[in-house]
Design a protein around this ligand. Sequence first.
Ligand SMILES: [Zn+2]
Ligand SMILES: [Zn+2]
Length: 297
Amino acid sequence: MIKRVIAFSLLVMMITGGVACSQAKNTANKEEGSVGNIKLRMFGTAPGSEPMEERYYTSFALEYNGALYWFDAGEGCSHIAHTTGADLQTIQAIFISHSHFDHIAGLAGLYSTMAKLDSLHSGYQNKQVELYVPSNNIWPGVVMQIGQLSVYQNFKEHIIKDGVLYQNEDITVEALHNNHLGTPKDGVYQSFSFKIRLSGINIVYSGDIGSVDDLAPIMDDCDVLLIETGHQEAAVHLNGLEKMEFTPKTVMFLHHSRNMMRNGDSMLDKQRKTYPGTLIFLNDGDIYSLPDIQKVN
Ligand SMILES: [Zn+2]
Ligand SMILES: [Zn+2]
């Protein structure tokens, strides 16, 4: 399903005075937003392990031109997002890779937090947020959990299939099924990776995968790869990439294995000696600017 953001509607909102500050900022940033100026905001980097100190479950967002595009929603994501400065009221779309708890358990909290913020600050009521999920069980489950939907926030559910999911003048998000949950008997995949084209930068987010080979069809022209190590270590992924002759300029690791969580950034030192690009170990709360890959907090 393709959604186009129409500049005209923003103009009408501004003329009618119904636009809040960050939406006005959205337009002001437009001219300078043509190259880069993307922020990667990490909310959670833990896999589906037992709770870990200083690590929430998997979730991050890309911020560009006054808008947030949200990927996975592990438990705790809305709390750390809000407390590290992300403006939840600018979320345009949420993409859920698959229905394991470390990727969806924060969805009800995210919805509730957005509704709470909307009730505290005017200008966002009736704003629609596109929610992309791999199964039509997820959103009804969230609604049951909340009890009833708030009138403040409209989530519009879309079921993910391979291909372009979402597009506006800034971003295109494409889905590709992967083998994290094996090959489905009915042929309907329930686990996806994403290719994100944002302001001239091509980003691949693995979600959880069977192996790095799953990503081959979307790795061409990838600048930044965000990849999980919960099922295979970083070295295995980098070997796989080398065999396929893909060497993204930047590889960022999240959804860490226990080894990675125990040993942190030093786990990548050996690989850094041979890998031709930059390897980054992500922590909760990290904010990076793209495409220059500078840590900004
Ligand atoms: Zn996971
Ligand atoms: Zn999983």
